[in-house]
Design a protein around this ligand. Structure first.
Ligand SMILES: [Mg+2]
Length: 451
C-alpha cells in the first residue's frame, strides 16, 4: 500500500504576540518593558496593537486611540511601520516554510502550517512545534505563541491557550477536556450576537453546546450555521490548510464584440463578471478584501480602480455592488465606447475563519452559487430593477481565463440579442430583500438567462 489513508492530521498555528508593538520594542530597546501602543494617532485613530504592558491598563486593539490615551497616559503611542512588519512576517514565513510546503498566512502575524506527514523528515510533530517556536524567537527576536492540534479550529484555540509566548499541544484524546470549559464565544464565527442567542438558551460553554441536539441547533440557527456549531462543539474541522501562494488574486475579463456605450449595459456586464469571480472565490473557499475593476475604452486607454472592502466577503451581490460603485465613481465617458471590462478580487484570505456577519451564509449567495455550479455559469444572472435584462450571449466567460489573460467572448456567434424588454423583466424572479448584505430598498431580481 504505501499510502496511509488514516494518517493523523497535524496542524500548527503560529500567532505572534502583540506583533507590531513587539517589533517596535525589538527595534528600540528603550521601549522594552514600557506600554507601547501602535495605531492611528489622529483624532479618529484606532489601536492596532497594544503591548502586554499597555494591556495591563485595559488598552486593546480596535479601541479608539483617544480612549487608550486616557487609560494609559504615559504610554508610548506610535504610528505603524507596515514595511518593517512585513519584513518581520516574511522572516517568520521563511522559517515555517522550512518545515512544510503548506503554509497559509492569515494575516501579518498569524499562519497555519500543515505538519501532516512531516515526521519522517523532521521527527515527532511535538518536537517540531517546539523547534519552530524556538527558531522564531531566536531568529526574529520576536515573541510568538504556537498551537498544535489535529485541525485548524483546534490549532488556533491552542495557540490562544499558549499565550503569551508558549506552545500548547492538543492531542486527539485531549480535545473534549480542552474545549468543554471554554466560553462559546471563543469558537470562530461565534460573535456577540450568536453568543447572546446561545446564552439566552442556557448555553455558555462549549461543553453546554455539545449537549444541544443537532435538530435544535438547526432550528435556532438554520441548517448551515447549526451544523457548523454542532461540529465545532466536538472539535471537528476538516478544512484544509491553503497554501495561498498561488491564489493572490482572481480575475476575469471580457472583450466585447461591439463596444458598450450605455452605463446600464456596462454595469450589467460588471455584475456578470463579479458573479463569475465570486463563484471561483467560493469554490476555492476564499474571501476577498479588495475589489478591482478594469475598463478598456475603444481608444485602448485602460483604467483600473480598486476599493478595499469593509469586511472580507465572497458574496456575489456585495462584490457586484462594489464593482458598479467603482464604475460610477470614475464616471462614464459616454462618447467613447467600452471595449473590455474586467473584475478582480485581491487580498484573498481563507474562508475558514470569518467574521460573524458571514457566519450564516447569505441564502441568496449560496443559492446563486448552487444554481450556477449545477446548471452552468450562464444559467442565472444578477440584475437590478431598471437595469433590464443582461444581454444574452454577450460576454460569454471563459472559465479558464487567468489573471491578465482576456477571457474572450466565445466564438459561437451569439450577438447582442435579448436586450431587456418589459416582457423579459416580467419573467424575472423577484426576491424579498435577502437576510443581509443587500442595501435595503434595492429589490434584487434574479434573471434566468435562458436562450
Ligand atoms: Mg497576534
Amino acid at each position: 500500500m504505501g499510502y496511509d489513508c488514516a494518517m493523523a492530521r497535524w496542524i500548527l498555528h503560529v500567532d505572534m504576540d502583540a506583533f507590531f508593538a513587539s517589533v517596535e520594542q525589538l527595534d528600540r530597546p528603550e521601549l522594552r518593558g514600557r506600554p507601547v501602543i501602535v495605531g492611528g494617532l489622529g483624532p479618529r485613530g484606532v489601536v492596532s496593537t497594544a503591548s502586554y504592558e499597555a494591556r495591563a491598563f485595559g488598552v486593546h486593539s480596535a479601541m479608539p486611540t483617544a480612549k487608550a490615551r486616557k487609560l494609559c497616559p504615559h504610554g508610548v503611542f506610535l504610528a505603524p511601520r507596515f514595511a518593517r512588519y512585513e519584513e518581520a512576517a516574511a522572516a517568520t514565513r521563511a522559517i515555517l516554510s522550512a518545515f512544510s510546503p503548506v503554509v497559509e498566512p492569515l494575516s501579518l502575524d498569524e499562519a497555519f502550517v500543515d505538519l501532516t506527514g512531516t515526521e519522517r523528515l523532521h521527527g515527532p510533530v511535538e518536537r517540531t512545534a517546539q523547534e519552530i517556536h524556538r527558531r522564531i524567537r531566536t531568529e526574529t527576536g520576536l515573541p510568538c505563541s504556537v498551537g498544535l492540534a489535529p485541525n485548524k479550529l483546534l490549532a488556533k484555540l491552542a495557540s490562544e491557550a499558549a499565550k503569551p509566548g508558549g506552545v500548547h499541544i492538543v492531542h486527539e484524546e485531549d480535545v473534549d477536556g480542552f474545549l468543554s470549559p471554554m466560553p462559546v464565544s471563543r469558537l470562530w464565527g461565534v460573535g456577540p450576537q450568536t453568543a447572546r442567542k446561545l446564552a439566552e438558551r442556557g448555553v455558555h460553554t462549549v461543553g453546554d453546546l455539545r449537549g444541544v441536539d443537532a435538530s435544535l441547533l438547526h432550528s435556532w440557527f438554520g441548517p448551515t450555521a447549526g451544523a457548523q456549531l454542532w461540529r465545532m462543539a466536538r472539535g471537528l474541522d476538516d478544512s484544509p490548510v491553503h497554501s495561498v501562494r498561488d491564489a493572490k488574486s482572481i480575475s476575469q475579463e471580457v472583450t466585447y464584440p461591439e463596444d458598450l456605450y450605455r452605463e446600464e449595459d456596462i454595469a450589467r456586464e460588471l455584475r456578470q463578471l463579479a458573479m463569475a469571480v465570486a463563484t471561483r472565490l467560493a469554490e476555492e473557499s476564499l474571501l476577498a478584501t479588495t475589489v478591482r475593476i478594469k475598463i478598456r475604452w475603444a481608444d485602448f486607454t485602460t483604467r483600473t480602480r480598486q476599493v478595499r472592502l469593509p469586511e472580507p466577503t465572497n458574496h456575489p451581490v456585495l462584490i457586484a455592488d462594489e464593482a458598479v460603485a467603482l464604475l460610477r465613481r470614475g464616471g462614464i465617458q459616454a462618447e467613447v465606447g467600452v471595449r473590455l471590462l474586467g473584475v478582480g478580487l485581491a487580498g484573498l484570505i481563507a474562508a475558514t475563519f470569518r467574521p460573524e456577519h458571514l457566519f450564516v451564509p447569505s441564502q441568496l449567495g449560496a443559492a446563486l452559487h448552487q444554481v450556477r455550479s449545477r446548471h452552468g455559469a450562464q444559467s442565472l444572472s444578477l440584475g437590478f430593477p431598471g437595469e433590464g435584462h443582461p444581454r444574452r450571449g454577450a460576454g460569454i466567460l471563459d472559465p479558464g481565463a487567468k489573471d491578465g489573460v482576456n477571457g474572450e467572448m466565445d466564438e459561437r456567434g451569439r450577438g447582442r440579442g435579448g436586450r431587456g424588454g418589459a416582457g423579459q423583466r416580467d419573467r424575472a424572479v423577484r426576491l424579498p430583500d435577502p437576510d443581509h448584505g443587500i442595501p435595503s430598498g434595492q429589490g434584487l431580481v434574479l434573471l434566468p438567462a435562458r436562450g
